[in-house]
Write a protein that binds this ligand. Structure first.
Ligand SMILES: Cc1ncc(COP(=O)(O)O)c(C=O)c1O
Length: 383
């Protein structure tokens, strides 16, 4: 079946008690067992180990990503942590794409490194650089593509081959493009992860995470960590996220069309130094972005002439766009990664990977494109 049909129906069956067309919010801690011998006969024992509302979302996401199973977490970071704990031990080494969400960088360098896990941040846009970083103890590759915030793309198929050769697993953070535009598992990756906080929810209402696996063995390993650490998604969050997912394709199509219009407009604006959007022909990896995904998404960044001071002035004065962290929702957001989402990445590392001080990150929402252009033009007039 097509994506639109699956995003609505996958994972959902009418409630057995009432016929409710939506999976109800099963707000319960525990589940009464019919007898000792029939323990778990209905599939549930205690809500840290499983909940029907969360399960409905997991089945939907597994279907949309083309995986065998999905495990949902309390946040995207909990999902990334869950994968790391499931597949890495003390003494192991992991290769992370050198541009990644600041929280991922912090988790690796400031938390997991304390437990004897080694990390190399390699240029994901250059498969040779990734291959050169492989060591005897490399067990996991994590690729975020397009990456937050520079939009650097990594070749999922090429890195999956390098990972297989090294006997390691390849995990792709698919948050920016979602399975509607990009299917990492079909390109050879073993796991696809999401901050469902972003496009899956799509309405700035929840925080959540998900891990979709190509094999049951991998999914079971992730589920074991999720239950052991208690990093679960709540039923309310799962219910809201399931509702959000039902319009994913419509939102992705509409928001990326608006992003393309805004990026093209800014590219010709006299006060703009540079615009970086994978859909633009000027984007350095436009060919790769077009080859491995069926759309370019709704995230881009630009630099105002006058650098950091001008960028700050724009962000402080712009209308319609809200100055806020998060991305992927109906409200257009504008963010300054250096002081906000990537503040924990050391200055030297930021400079090395191209997170420049004047970078203004835009998450394009679903407002009228004319209003967004007008707001950008008026704000640019003032800088
Ligand atoms: C690409 C990416 N991955 C993971 C995360 C972490 O997700 P969460 O904020 O839900 O923990 C983020 C958050 O911005 C992100 O942008």
């Amino acid at each position: 079946m097509g994506f639109s049909t699956r995003q609505i129906h996958a994972g959902v069956t009418p409630d057995p008690l009432t016929g409710s067309i939506l999976t109800p919010i099963y707000q319960t801690t525990t589940y009464v067992q019919p007898s000792v011998d029939e323990y778990l006969s209905k599939g549930y024992s205690y809500s840290r180990s499983g909940n029907p509302t969360v399960r409905a979302l997991e089945l939907k996401l597994a279907d949309l990503e083309g995986g065998v199973d999905c495990i949902c977490f309390g946040t995207g970071m909990a999902a990334i942590q869950g994968v790391m704990l499931a597949f890495l031990n003390a003494g192991d080494h992991a290769i992370i794409s050198d541009v990644a969400y600041g929280g991922t960088y912090r988790l690796c360098t400031k938390v997991l490194s304390r437990f004897g896990i080694e990390f190399t941040f390699a240029d994901g846009s250059d498969p040779d650089a990734v291959a050169a970083a492989v060591r005897d103890n490399t067990k996991l590759f994590l690729t975020e593509t397009p990456a937050n915030p520079t939009m650097k793309c990594s070749d999922i198929a090429a890195i999956s081959k390098i990972a297989k050769k090294a006997g390691a697993i390849h995990v792709v953070d698919n948050t920016f493009l979602t399975p509607y535009f990009q299917l990492p598992l079909t390109l050879g990756a073993d796991l696809s992860i999401h901050s469902t906080t972003k496009y899956m929810d799509g309405h700035n209402a929840t925080v959540g995470g998900a891990v979709i696996s190509a094999t049951q063995e991998h999914s079971d390993a992730v589920a074991f960590i999720q239950n052991s650490t208690g990093s679960i998604m709540s039923p309310q969050v799962a219910w809201l996220t399931s509702q959000g997912c039902k319009t994913l394709s419509l939102r992705m199509d509409a928001q990326s069309a608006i992003a393309m219009t805004l990026a093209k407009h800014l590219e010709t604006h006299p006060k703009v130094e540079q615009v970086c959007y994978p859909g633009l022909e000027s984007f350095a990896q436009h060919e790769l972005a077009s080859r491995q995904a069926s759309g370019y998404g709704a995230m881009f960044w630009f630099e105002v002439k006058g650098g950091l001071a001008a960028g700050k002035k724009l962000m402080d004065n712009i209308d319609v766009f809200s100055l806020a962290e998060n991305l992927g929702s109906l409200e257009s957001l504008i963010t300054h990664p250096v002081t906000m989402t990537h503040a924990d990445v050391e200055e030297a590392e930021r400079k090395r990977v191209g997170i420049i001080d004047g970078l203004v990150r835009v998450s394009v929402g679903l407002e009228d494109v004319e209003d967004l252009i007008d707001a950008l033009d008026k704000a640019l007039e003032q800088v």
